[in-house]
Design a protein around this ligand. Sequence first.
Ligand code: CA
Length: 521
Amino acid sequence: MKPNLPRLSLNRVLAGALIVTALTCASASAANRPNIVLIFSDDHAYQAISAYNDPRHLIQTPNIDRLAREGIRFDRCLVPNSICGPCRASVITGKYSHRNGFYNNTNSRFDGSQTTFPKLLQAAGYQTAIIGKWHLVSDPTGFDYWQILPGQGVYYNPPTIENGKRVKHEGYVTDLITDFSLDWLKHRDKSRPFLLMCQNKAPHREWEPALRDLDHDGDRKYAEPPTLFDDYAGRGLAEHDQDMMIEKTMNNRDLKLIPPAQLTPEQRKAWEAYYEPRNAAFRAASLTGKDLVRWKYNRYMHDYLGCIRGVDNNVGRLLKYLDDEGLAQNTIVVYSSDQGFYLGEHGWFDKRWIFEESLRTPLLIRWPGVVKPGRVNRDLVSALDVAETFLEAAGLPAPADMQGRSLVPILRGKTPKDWRKSFYYQYFEWPQPHHVRPHYGVVTDRYKLVRFQAADCDYWELFDLKKDPRELRSVYGEPGYAKVQRQLTGELTKLRTDLQAPDQFPPEVYGNPPKAAAAKR
Ligand code: CA
């Protein structure tokens, strides 16, 4: 028998029940919003993460590998502009350099009034912190707590700026960044979810390992890349006329032939105890030609990989804290870098190019209950996607003008049918510091079409990664590639229109004024 209630009050009861249910669901999902830890290193090449299985087997990184084993490894995570500041600006804004205004590392300054994902998470109740390398010149915005390195920062005894105040420290930069991150985690408000951006300086130039790690490799001879002595045949002016060579560009600081200035007398003793006997042997050998390049390459690998050892150990400390505190289950942990890096490929160190080693950056994501452990993905994803991914994970809508796309469907195991099949890249910084000419282009799973453009050149190149994975010979203009070239040219035009990339830029986007830079060279 129906209860004898007037119609109006029945509706009122139902409406009330719906409101109660909605509130319960909303507060439940708010309570379950995942924490986010973004561990972001500087210039960490995927070739130097053992989970990426580089054939040279340069290093074992068991702690970083844990994220690949317990989460997903992305093999084609591409950056929109392969240098430090610009990529960082793209990560937090979800936009290309031409939309967020941060083009280069020499005169760009981040406009902190624009929308970023940390600001949106903060407004939605997340506690937010950034600790370590920031490199965007203006003060961070959108963070409850920030402790950053001034500029590039230094490896030994680095000063930091903590919420605007300069602080001195003794210790090694990667350890300190992790110490400060753990301190912040310990003192956070445990009733709210958090975003922690733990941003290492390592393994950026000048590649200075923790003193305890100086003897990490037992004077190992590192396997060389097949292109260590690349002659750049089959490519144009830009590749021939750059300034990022192990042979010519590395200086005495890079090569540890002189000690870093920041060491205490005691630290300097430990530093010299390792390097000085080896430097004496090097001087006595008077190496020349290829032997000299090989020595430099080996010293470079020793130092670079020594820095990675410090990063990996500290990733282990952070993961252990999450385990010990019972936080691992509801925390998304991401490991990535602001771009890839050349570890001797093409005779180079540094980054910048649309070519694979600098275009691709490592991306590992662990999200228990969402990401099935041990997955590997080859979709074209990007550093631009980070912002929208975190927003969706937190249950927040992404602003319509962000230019990436949330990776959440891919993390859940299903790549959307309309996922990007091509990616737009554009690099500006010129001519300082490494004399790499500005270029832009389109990348697909197999091809790369690129246009180099500077006062002294305007030319195109086309690479077929299936036949030429090391990108040694441009096939632009070859009859066999006419159709591919036409398709890619059309795709590039379409991407530039969709992404609102201007045809002309003012001179300041290239960094140092060309005249002053030319005089310095
Ligand atoms: Ca970098």
